[in-house]
Design a protein around this ligand. Structure first.
Ligand code: ADP
Ligand code: MG
Length: 675
């Protein structure tokens, strides 16, 4: 038996069970052993009945008084009760419908009971505890993800069975020298420890080793994919004109903005292609950084392209750039799907003839017939919204132009590092001065009226606001719901105020018209679906109400909320929800307690897992089995050593590095073809 042996060779695994295991991604013995526990139960620390913490899992060692007696309490429900003692106090024990466990208990014998102790001081009880004989149970137990047809214990048993044959199933992907340097446990030992921990310390050492392995293989895989050589560029940026640009701005750049501009310009003037990620929370002023770079590149006689994921955003960037470059000779144009055919033709001809310096647009920019004369810089805003296919498509229209990727979705630093492997990163971790923190409240629908009154008060003071529409249930359409909602409030509560409506199904021209009215202040209150989630910048809007807040993910709520708090006025966000479930309540709690995008993104990641965070398919991220992407210290370490090896032995030819290739292939399991 080896790690490639089919799971059906294990005793107790027939065709049916194999199918169930397959669903969990387990096909071979190796898969089974790499099916890591989801959690642990510590049965090694025994608590006395009196000292047991209330409503928390713990392990109690007690003697059973009498064999549990069963009683039918209603159809299909039998309840088994007994009493156990640890020599000091008594505890009632109850099982529901669990005849097997109940009848396995013998009067006068001692067992371990694992579960939550409830009841009061006089009457302690455990409901449906897990039970084990004392001699086998006093250890840390693994808990596995289970699925219909197989439970955690059955999985544990299979794993034990596999280890009865041998305990050296795996080759170690990590070079011995690296393991020695970082004191990392050998792989077979680590995996065994993960399933059957000797104690807390060895478990944490095992975890550290396996987390490191994943992060390390991931990074080295990405680096290998992208090629690690620096590429020289024919785009010659010789002079830095940013100071000139900055002196024209109506504000001074923040320290973070200046740093980002400096880092970028330094790189662009170095004759190597810049590949940079500009990361900044909502409202941190990424556009001004982009404009400073555009100015410098254009002054060096190159063209720039600035791509945004939506028409609204492209139009807004276009306007912002027109403003920034008003008193300069820079020629700016906008190209989107809704540009008229005639205008498109004109713009394309001008681009090709070098009569346009900066083209702002949507996906329309990557169409085949868009050609540049000398493209020097490509900027994409909200990069992650473009699929992988689009990555690079715009750059290919030039001869190795510099690229700047802007992301307002606060990708946790760690994930950014992984996603963008060897992209350089500039971070805007500072908001422009004078911003007041946004206050956020979560309320239920019973208080909606009060929230609306509060909105009114702000409108009366000359400010503007957003209401993010309820998401709808199946059957209805977002459009119908939004339209109806807007109609209701504009006829009802907000009659006398100009209410606008913005949704995804509107024609670009209609959207633009509504946005223009909102920007000019004519529309006071904008009812919108999530189309405003990205980038919209109207500093006079200071209040936002989000209906059905429970339906949104944390990062999305953060993005929505980022539409307010962009000017000098104090802003308020009101989340309306009646949802009582833990996950929803937790999200509300996070939203009301912080406005730090990175904290929120980390929390989001923890609650949802990295796959969901971006949709792992779209990004081709392999699924991490064990690594938490928030484990910064290990990630940095992994990054450092991955770089070292890539530089030292890029083809993995050294004896010590010979298993790396297999390790990478295993982690990426076919998603990437290594060559
Ligand atoms: P984001 O990073 O979310 O894209 P924007 O670029 O839209 O942020 O900038 C948000 C707002 O802050 C804009 O109205 C912009 O004019 C303003 N802004 C940007 N930088 C500064 C600064 N240094 N001082 C004052 N206001 C600034
Ligand atoms: Mg922006």
């Amino acid at each position: 038996m080896d790690r490639n042996t089919n799971i059906q060779y294990l005793k107790g695994v027939g065709e049916k069970r194999a199918k169930i295991l397959n669903k969990l991604g387990i096909f071979t013995v190796g898969d089974l052993l790499r099916f890591y526990p989801r959690d642990y139960m510590d049965w090694s620390k025994i608590t006395s009945i009196t000292a047991a913490p209330y409503d928390e899992n713990c392990c109690v060692r007690a003697i059973v008084n009498h064999k549990p007696k069963g009683a039918k309490i209603r159809k299909g429900m039998t309840i088994y009760k007994t009493v156990a003692t640890d020599g000091e106090s008594l505890m009632n024990i109850t099982f529901f419908n669990n005849k097997y466990t109940a009848e396995s208990l013998e009067a006068g014998k001692e067992y371990l009971f694992y579960g939550k102790v409830t009841g009061n001081f006089h009457r302690r009880e455990m409901s449906s505890p897990l039970v084990s004989p004392v001699d086998k149970g006093m250890r840390i137990h693994s808990v596995y993800h289970q699925s219909a047809g197989i439970n955690s214990r059955a999985i544990e048993k299979l794993i034990r069975q596999a280890y009865e044959m041998r305990n050296d199933y795996f080759v170690d992907y990590l070079p011995q020298s690296l393991r020695d340097k970082l004191c990392l446990m050998e792989v077979n030992k680590a995996i065994y420890e993960l399933h059957f921990p000797t104690n807390e310390d060895t478990l944490s050492e095992a975890r550290r080793r396996l987390i490191f392995e994943e992060l390390f293989l991931f990074q080295i895989g990405l680096m290998k994919l992208k090629g690690n050589r620096k590429e020289s560029t024919p785009v010659e940026i010789q002079n830095d004109f940013t100071d000139e640009f900055i002196s024209m701005l109506p504000f001074t750049l923040t320290g973070a903005q200046s740093r980002a501009v400096r880092e970028s310009v330094e790189q662009m003037t170095s004759q190597f292609t810049m590949n940079r990620l500009l990361q900044g929370d909502v409202g941190s002023g990424k556009t001004a950084v982009a404009a400073a770079l555009i100015y410098t590149v254009v002054k060096n006689s190159y063209q720039c392209a600035f791509m945004a994921p939506t028409e609204i955003l492209a139009a807004q960037h276009y306007k912002t750039c027109l403003n920034f470059f008003e008193s300069t000779p820079i020629r700016v144009a906008l190209l989107t799907g809704s540009t008229t055919a005639a205008k498109k033709r004109e713009i394309k001809a001008q681009l090709k003839n070098n009569e346009i310096d900066l083209i702002v647009g949507t996906h329309a920019l990557i169409q085949d017939d868009v050609e540049f004369n000398n493209l020097g810089l490509v900027i994409t805003d909200e990069q992650h919204r473009f699929g992988v296919r689009h990555r690079g498509a715009l750059s290919n229209k030039g001869n190795r132009p510099h690229t700047l990727v802007m992301s307002a979705t606060p990708i946790p630093r760690t994930l950014a590092l992984m996603l963008y492997g060897d992209l350089d990163v500039s971070i805007l971790d500072e908001l422009p001065p004078g911003r007041q923190p946004i206050e956020t409240y979560a309320i239920d629908t019973a208080k909606r009226h009060r929230a609306f009154n509060y909105v009114k008060k702000h409108l009366d003071e000359g400010r503007q606001g957003y209401i993010v529409c309820p998401l709808v249930d199946e059957g209805e359409t977002d459009l119908a719901a939004a339209t109806e909602y807007a109609e209701n409030i504009s006829k009802g509560f907000f009659s006398g105020y100009k209410v606008g409506l913005l949704h995804g199904k509107m024609k670009p021209k209609e959207k633009e018209a509504v946005m223009a009215q909102f920007v000019s202040g004519e529309i006071k209150l904008l009812v919108s679906t999530t189309v405003i989630e990205v980038g919209v910048d109207v500093p006079n809007s200071v209040i936002m109400v989000i209906e059905n807040a429970e339906r949104f993910g944390l990062s999305q709520l953060h993005q929505l909320r980022g539409r307010i708090g962009r000017g000098k006025y104090k802003s308020t966000c009101i989340l309306i929800t009646d949802a009582q479930n833990d996950a929803a309540q937790k999200r509300m709690k996070i939203m009301t307690s912080t406005t730090d995008g990175f904290k929120i993104a980390d929390a989001d990641l923890k609650m949802r897992g990295p796959g969901d965070f971006f949709g792992s398919r779209q990004h081709g991220l392999p699924e991490m089995k064990i690594a938490m992407l928030t484990d910064t210290a290990l990630l940095n370490e992994a990054n450092r050593f991955a770089r070292e090896i890539i530089i030292d032995d890029p083809e993995f030819e050294k004896e010590d590095n010979q298993n790396l290739r297999e390790g990478i292939a295993h982690l990426f399991s076919g998603e990437y073809v290594m060559n």
